[in-house]
Design a protein around this ligand. Structure first.
Ligand SMILES: [Ca+2]
Ligand SMILES: [Ca+2]
Ligand SMILES: [Ca+2]
Length: 378
């Protein structure tokens, strides 16, 4: 009996020593029954980053690698691959907490979601094919909602408080009143596991439009109360095309007679079919063409040969002289495939040319075009 009393006294005196003045060893505890369903959870910070190494290499990063992007500008900037069907994988991450305890978020239907919205005012066009699970509705509409996964305490602290904070400090967006110091302090919420880092990865298609994508991080607790934080990332513009031909054979050409070589709408093995071109960037584009004189030269200062080209069989032909960079009409929309038609007109076969064979070099390039506009509401 004496021993037991002694133990109690020791605890009380320790309490007094570490907590300042205390008149006795008794501590008052209290609570108020909560009939409101508690408090809404909070998204303290959020960011986007590459979720796999980009530009077609596709090697997945560990979760602690979700802190890189393309530019030092605040927030995240990503580039598309410029390669058909090669997507850009990104991660959506958030630091969340709930005043009622993190169990309120981890208990169903508590969850953390990432909502990505298409850029405002940009239509994708009928050739654009959304990835599975994506709405394709464009014009600022919701692209996709993904559920974020809770990282381990160690991974969450390493990712946010070490990698993001030290290597890409302006990547994250914070809710009012929060910053790295608050979230990462040694007796802070990540350490005490009353907050946690959540992430998910998702794909942007090679043909998803360049622009600013709004992202919501939405945290919901088990009674349905929600917190939300918004930011945006930028999908940087890349104008890129590919063709299924590396040569154009005009065949036998007669004097003063247009010789037309028609393309087609079939994507063929290289040089195994008629000429086709497709957009593999994330902007609309107009094709440009330049061609040398193939050895025809000039007579009285005028070229002995001239050319025409067009994209699509309904487009107006563009005429061009040798060595003249010429932009073609009829822009290609996102991922659009179209035919390229070429034509040559020889006004004089130069007598000094040896043999009947003429060869030359054509250079194709592209100029970016503004996106398609969204229909305005009636
Ligand atoms: Ca709550
Ligand atoms: Ca950045
Ligand atoms: Ca073809």
């Amino acid at each position: 009996m004496i021993k037991r009393i002694y133990t109690l006294v020791t605890v009380a005196s320790l309490f007094a020593m570490t907590s300042g003045p205390a008149s006795a060893g008794n501590v008052t505890t209290g609570l108020t029954r909560d009939t409101s369903g508690g408090s809404a959870p909070i998204v303290k910070a959020k960011w986007e980053a590459y979720g796999a190494t980009n530009k077609g290499t596709g090697t997945p990063l560990p979760v602690t690698g979700y802190y890189t992007d393309e530019q030092t500008t605040a927030g995240a900037q990503f580039v598309p691959s410029g390669i058909k069907d090669t997507n850009t994988n990104i991660a959506l991450c958030s630091v969340v907490t709930d005043p009622d305890g993190l169990a309120d978020v981890t208990t169903a239907p508590g969850a953390v979601y990432g909502d990505v919205f298409y850029p405002e005012g940009i239509a994708l066009g009928s050739s654009h094919v959304p990835l599975p699970g994506q709405s394709g509705l464009a014009c600022g509409n919701l692209m996709q909602e993904d559920k974020l996964i809770q990282l381990s305490k160690a991974d969450g602290i390493e990712l946010f408080c070490n990698q993001v904070r030290n290597n890409n400090n302006n990547l994250a967006t914070f809710a009012s009143g929060y910053n790295y110091d608050e979230i990462c302090k040694t007796d802070g919420e990540l350490q005490k596991e009353t907050a946690a880092v959540y992430c998910v990865t998702k794909d942007l298609s090679y043909e998803d439009t360049a622009g600013d994508y709004k992202v919501w991080s939405v945290v919901q607790d088990k009674v349905g109360l929600q917190g939300r934080l918004e930011n945006q990332f930028t999908y940087l513009p890349l104008t890129a095309f590919e063709t299924d031909f590396t040569s154009v054979g005009y065949g036998n050409v007669r004097l003063a007679t247009d010789k037309i070589i028609s393309g087609d709408l079939t994507w063929d093995a290289v040089n195994q079919g008629k000429a086709s071109v497709r957009n593999v960037g994330n902007t609309r584009l107009s094709m440009k063409v330049q061609q040398d004189d193939m050895g025809f030269g000039k007579t009285n200062g005028l070229w002995n040969v001239r050319y025409d080209a067009r994209v699509g069989s309904n487009a107006t032909w563009a005429h061009y002289d040798p060595d003249t960079l010429t932009q073609l009409l009829n822009p290609l929309n996102l991922s659009q495939l179209d035919e390229m038609d070429f034509s040559i007109y020889v006004s004089k076969f130069p007598p000094t040319h040896v043999g009947d064979t003429y060869t030359g070099t054509m250079t194709l390039s592209a100029a970016s075009e503004p996106p398609l506009a969204c229909a305005t509401a009636p």
